[in-house]
Design a protein around this ligand. Structure first.
Ligand SMILES: [Zn+2]
Ligand SMILES: [Zn+2]
Ligand SMILES: [Zn+2]
Length: 253
């Protein structure tokens, strides 16, 4: 199983439009963060977790020539606005793409992308997406996909565990039941926004507390704002905890 970080930025990306801070002006590519998404390659199948606002750019940059399924964490714009780009995969693969999420996510998706879900079946101009509501663990291409419920402010959204890897982006709190599902990980990916507390995202110190409770072999932080200068923050992190960056690839079993 291979995971590629397609984007590690928060909803506005880094650099932020109009910002002149040190991180936004940095020449270190690890400080350039597209909107959040990862690609999982499982037995030759490409699973996209979230379809970000920057999806087209990500697909071209990382040579993504196939999408076999999409797992959605939630229906905020930064996680779903790349969905219209699935048209090209429908054409290349001659078929619809299955898309999984919890009930509120799929309900919002059908409202936000009304033109997709109200088009006539023979319409050629809109993506062909088949939605599936996740109620529990399920199997995809021979792998068990375990949804992990987390709080993003007041909303309950999903992270995903596949084997010994788990991906959680937008999150402000994880309850005990979900923490239990995160034990025994080799790779834990967790969203953290900035230093200061935020109502719907973990701050860096809160994310480190969660990481300490999950005690995965390795933890990678993502969904980051321009607060974090890659080299500076990396030097301050405890052992086993790293900042992710766009293009970083991880291999897991
Ligand atoms: Zn987000
Ligand atoms: Zn900035
Ligand atoms: Zn969100």
């Amino acid at each position: 199983m291979k995971l590629t970080f397609l984007g590690t930025g928060t909803s506005v990306g880094v650099p932020v439009i109009g910002c002149k801070c040190e991180v936004c002006r940095s020449s270190d590519q690890r400080n350039h963060r597209l909107r959040p998404s990862v690609l999982l390659e499982l037995n030759g199948n490409n699973i996209l977790i979230d379809s970000s606002t920057d999806f087209r750019q990500q697909a071209l940059r990382y040579g993504i020539n196939r999408i076999d399924a999409i797992l959605l964490t939630h229906a905020h714009a930064d996680h779903i606005f790349g969905l219209d780009e699935m048209r090209i995969y429908n054409y290349l693969q001659k078929g619809a793409i299955p898309c999984y999420g919890n009930r509120p996510t799929i309900d919002s998706l059908r409202e936000i992308f009304k033109y997709i879900f109200t088009a006539s079946p023979d319409s050629k101009g809109v993506p062909k997406i088949i939605t599936h509501i996740i109620e529990e663990k399920f199997s995809l291409f021979g792998h068990e996909i375990c949804p992990i419920e987390v709080y993003h402010g007041k909303s309950k959204i999903l992270g995903y565990r596949v084997g010994s890897l788990a991906y959680i982006t937008d999150c402000s709190r994880i309850e005990e039941d979900s923490l239990r599902l995160l034990q025994g990980l080799h790779i834990f990916i967790l969203g953290t926004l900035r230093y200061k507390p935020h109502p719907t995202h973990l701050s860096l110190s809160q994310a480190l507390e969660v990481a300490a409770r999950v005690h995965s072999q390795k933890t990678y932080l993502t969904h980051m704002s321009h607060d974090f200068e890659y080299t500076k923050v990396s030097q301050e992190l405890p052992p086993g905890i790293h900042l992710a960056y766009d293009g970083l690839e991880l291999v897991s079993d």
